[in-house]
Design a binder for this molecule. Structure first.
Ligand code: SAM
Length: 268
């Protein structure tokens, strides 16, 4: 059955207990970064891997959107698509289950592409999947992707570095020890997965050298239908985000580079 959402090959929602056939010749696994959701930001090497694949194991966020857009643009991808991402009302396949699916499929002699949003090695658990497969004797190739940490701020006209404004940037998850992040407003911070804990992050960072007036941008759903930019300061952003009902996925940028955005005239 063809997957209606992508127009691509058949789609299967596999759980960790899925029974896979007996092993034949060893296949391969290619970890491909799908980029932040726009098919134009998939690398050529990534596209070739998708076209050569027998089976694609895809995350829902980003990766599935890219597959759908490739189909819309007329690219032929015949591989079976296995969705291990979160579906409404369903839990995603846990990481151990994904690792095992990759190995089991490769042991069937299939060319497996593991398609992940953004870059597989930026908060993507790509290296864990690579090591698990290699420990099972499966050869793994890594095809880097365009990370949302850089491409989504660029949508809002925000460079992470700019001569005379910021010479350093740090990409962090909001789960990190945010108070351990040094530097001032010339050291850009990019937070991924930062929406739910934004109030806490802003409070902690405002208490440090950046201060209350440090500019902050939130870019929601970059390249998606809900794409939206919200600009404030460390002192105002939590209130603004609540008032505008900001939702994941979103990239948060903190530092003076935010003032380079054309949206910065709306700073509150
Ligand atoms: C688990 S991390 C994976 C990051 C991914 N490996 C990358 O390099 O972009 C997921 C987070 O990335 C960010 N993200 C990914 N795609 C995004 C998009 N299109 N728009 C806004 N944020 C995005 C959000 O902060 C989201 O919570």
């Amino acid at each position: 059955m063809t997957d209606a959402s992508t127009g691509l090959g058949p789609s299967t929602a596999l759980g960790p207990s899925t029974a896979l056939g007996p092993s034949t010749a060893l296949g391969t696994v290619t970890l491909v970064g799908a980029g932040p959701g726009d098919a134009g930001l998939l690398t050529l090497r990534g596209l070739r891997a998708l076209q050569d694949a027998d089976v694609i194991v895809a995350d829902r966020l980003g990766a599935r959107a890219v597959l759908a857009r490739l189909a819309d643009e007329g690219h032929t991808i015949t591989a079976e698509v296995i969705d291990v991402g979160k579906l409404p009302g369903h839990h995603p396949v846990p990481q151990d289950g994904i690792n095992q699916i990759l190995v089991d499929l490769a042991r069937q002699g299939r060319r497996v592409v593991r398609l992940k949003g953004g870059d597989p090695f930026v908060f993507g658990r790509g290296r864990e999947e690579q090591l698990f497969c290699e420990a099972a004797g499966i050869p793994v190739e890594v095809v880097s992707g365009v990370t949302s940490a850089v491409a989504v701020p660029a949508l809002a006209g925000i460079p992470l570095t700019q001569r005379g404004v910021a010479e350093t940037f740090t990409v962090a998850s909001a789960h990190d020890q945010i108070d351990a992040l040094g530097g001032g407003r010339d050291h850009t911070i990019v937070l991924l997965m930062g929406v739910n804990t934004l109030g806490h992050s802003a409070h902690v960072l405002a208490a440090g050298p950046r201060g209350d007036e440090c500019p902050v941008a939130i870019i929601e759903d970059g390249f998606g239908e809900r794409q939206r930019v919200t600009i404030g300061t460390l002192g105002t952003i939590a209130h603004l985000a609540a008032a505008r009902q900001v939702r994941s996925p979103a990239v948060v940028v903190i530092g003076d580079v935010v003032m380079l955005s054309p949206h910065a005239s709306t700073v509150v």
